[in-house]
Design a protein around this ligand. Structure first.
Ligand code: C2E
Ligand code: SIN
Ligand code: SIN
Ligand code: FE
Length: 370
């Protein structure tokens, strides 16, 4: 039940529109859809021509239009410029009835878009926790000027927009944090070895383009790109005298070296996080060979997880074309030939075929991260 006082506060106009709008928003999943809907409902309820939603970019210290009715290109302004900047910095709403006589008004935007701004209602997007994440701006009331009553409606919608934006920003930050931690941990293993950051970037991206070519969906390919760099994390458990030996390993030393697969699996196994489970499969099986002659278990063909079969090609191609303390780099043509020659022996023929199909992309990645 809606409190009758709510109606009287708002002079009972527009309430059905507002309720319908919230019901529709509840159905939406993506932040972009939510913000478009909020802009549309706001325009309808306050009866104005355009609504823009500006989001604050912390790094660049600018406000940019995530949503802007009637404007195709993104508008980006310094956080201290214009009405929008003032509202953001002061975290207070503003009703402007004659913008061209207001010194705060930024005429550049009209100049760039060819639009004539007659009046503005701009409202800070403040979250429940009190953070201002942007500005909601209504332009050109269809009839007369914006009034205090409009502010009440915009306020309700703005809190919703602010919290949607904050959630999306938090999600994005958590995702980027995760990706970076994973990458830096993988790097820890490689630091002891001569291999580098660039080796990890290259082999991760080779794995990604091969998987795409094989038809795996974008989400899976992205997970593979994130999991692949962890393949050698078990090298953390290999003694320096073996790992860093500037010469060929003895049979006994190579037996020790092979344990990096099992060590990596032990570090990564049993996680609830899918990327880590994928990484554990890759760590244990990236030196298995298609014909069953690999290690540690001598798995064969489809017994080897597909993510490991893909990473095997990506990793060996990069190892072959790179210098190691114990070997020189092979020229690219010879390395490609060596991969082809091992099709059906060391490598899955389907993966080798995909690798050949996207060799131009692979060489472009190689060049980019030389
Ligand atoms: P890595 O140097 O990153 O090499 C990865 C894989 O690429 C190797 O797995 C192998 O399949 C392939 N590969 C690398 N270089 C060559 C090459 O010159 N010819 C051919 N045909 N394939 C090559 P593998 O052999 O299981 O070795 C695993 C890891 O063991 C190597 O990683 C490296 O860290 C270490 N390792 C292997 N052999 C030696 C060695 O003789 N001396 C030293 N110090 N380390 C070695
Ligand atoms: C301003 O922020 O001063 C101008 C806003 C606009 O025209 O969109
Ligand atoms: C290694 O595993 O020790 C080197 C790279 C690879 O083939 O995974
Ligand atoms: Fe390895």
């Amino acid at each position: 039940m809606i409190d009758p006082k709510f109606y009287s506060d708002f002079g009972d106009r527009k309430i059905p529109d507002l309720i319908d709008g919230f019901l529709e928003i509840g159905e939406l999943r993506s932040i972009d859809d939510v913000l478009v809907k909020i802009a549309d409902i706001t325009a309808k309820i306050v009866e104005c021509d355009r609504v823009s939603i500006f989001i604050y970019d912390k790094k660049k210290e600018t406000l940019w239009t995530k949503i802007a009715h009637g404007v195709a290109d993104k508008i980006e302004v310094p956080k201290d410029k214009g009405i929008v900047g003032w509202v953001f910095l002061n975290s207070r709403e503003l009703i402007i009835s004659d913008p061209y006589s207001d010194p705060r008004f930024n005429k550049e935007i009209d100049k760039a878009t060819g639009y004539v701004t007659k009046n503005i209602l701009a409202f800070p997007l403040k979250t429940y926790s009190g953070r201002t994440v942007g500005v909601l701006e209504c332009i050109n009331k269809l009839d007369g000027n914006f009034v205090e009553d409009d502010v009440k409606f915009v306020k309700i919608l703005s809190v919703y927009a602010a919290n949607s934006i904050e959630n999306a920003l938090l999600y994005d930050e958590i995702k980027r944090t995760q990706d970076e931690i994973v990458f830096r941990l993988s790097l820890a293993a490689e630091f002891r070895d001569e291999t580098t950051y660039n080796h990890l970037i290259r082999m991760a991206n080779y794995s990604y383009v091969i998987a795409k070519e094989m038809g795996f969906d974008e989400v899976w390919c992205e997970k593979l790109r994130l999991a692949a760099p962890m393949h050698d994390i078990g090298k953390l458990g290999i003694k320096d005298q073996i790992l860093l030996k500037p010469a060929k390993l003895t049979d006994e030393e190579f037996e020790e070296m092979k344990k990096h697969t099992v060590f990596g699996y032990e570090i990564l196994k049993d996680s609830d996080i899918e990327v880590l489970r994928m990484a554990s499969n890759i760590a244990i099986a990236h030196h298995e060979k298609y014909d069953g002659s690999g290690y540690p278990y001598g798995l064969k063909g489809e017994q080897i997880p597909i993510e490991a079969r893909i990473v095997a090609v990506a990793d060996v191609f990069d190892a072959l074309t790179s210098e190691r303390p114990y070997k020189k780099a092979f020229p690219v043509e010879q390395a490609v030939k060596m991969i082809e020659d091992e099709s059906g022996k060391h490598f899955d023929p389907n993966v080798v075929q995909a690798f050949k199909n996207v060799i131009h992309k692979i060489l472009a990645i190689k060049k980019q991260y030389e």
